[in-house]
Design a protein around this ligand. Sequence first.
Ligand SMILES: O=C(O)CNC(=O)[C@H](CS)NC(=O)CCC(=O)C(=O)O
Length: 294
Amino acid sequence: MTASPQAASKSVFRAALVQMCAGRDVARNVADAVALIGEAAAQQAAYVQTPECTTLMEVDTERLMAETKPEAGNASLAAFSQAAADKKIWLHIGSMAVKIGERRLANRSYLFAPNGDVSARYDKIHMFDVDLGKGEVYSESVNYQAGSNAVISELPWGRLGLTICYDLRFPALHRALAKAGASFIAGPAAFTRITGEAHWHTLLRARAIETETFILAAAQGGRHENGRETFGHSLIISPWGEILGEGGTEPGVVIGDIDTQRIDEVRRKIPSLTHDRVFSVVEERVSPLETIRK
Ligand SMILES: O=C(O)CNC(=O)[C@H](CS)NC(=O)CCC(=O)C(=O)O
């Protein structure tokens, strides 16, 4: 089915994920992203998502701080706003580093409406502070300030929950977004190759099945100028856990046709979101049998 933005109905639309291998030059990353956004719009996508770190993949703190001056950030936002308005699409910039203090950044998503206005912003909540071994250590909280609000925003086809990358490992955030009415949950990412190989597909399919939503996750993929290697494999997953679209390890566009009636079908079969329980865990200890008989 070819769903064009004009032809997109209230329940069926085409989504696209832009897969990138962002480097250390903001202007080039923005130009690369806008070109791929154009390719997605040319394939009739009505919602287009780019990955985490769309404008910059940089771990050196001094370079990171130099490349994220407000004027650079505003120029990037203006380019993305223009792209959304030119293509008349919902444009979800998976994330970009945004200066929020002298030497503090937010890892921030922007959702642009088809008229170029900013419809939603989300600051990544969970900071990737891990040691994967073999010298692969990440300390996102050194440069980035964690967000504190879970964010949901209205699209013409239903509500979109916003997450970023490492957030994927936290089911409670996804459940809160589903309970707040999300039909789609975005998970733009720059997953490491190591953890992507081990966990990416499993985590995304689990979040889709648990929340009975469509999961849309644009990814960074390949070996980046800063030496990092990311996993790629952008994924669009149905509420039943089926993979509707998948990228490889190269930059490109992943297309998926979304029919929101699938959500109702799945939730009628397995109304798990209504069976939710909150638990207080009781610790049991070994006791003589007779004390239990009383
Ligand atoms: O530091 C940057 O350049 C921008 N931020 C990232 O790339 C972030 C933090 S390092 N990456 C992740 O969160 C990977 C999560 C992941 O791979 C997992 O959960 O397994």
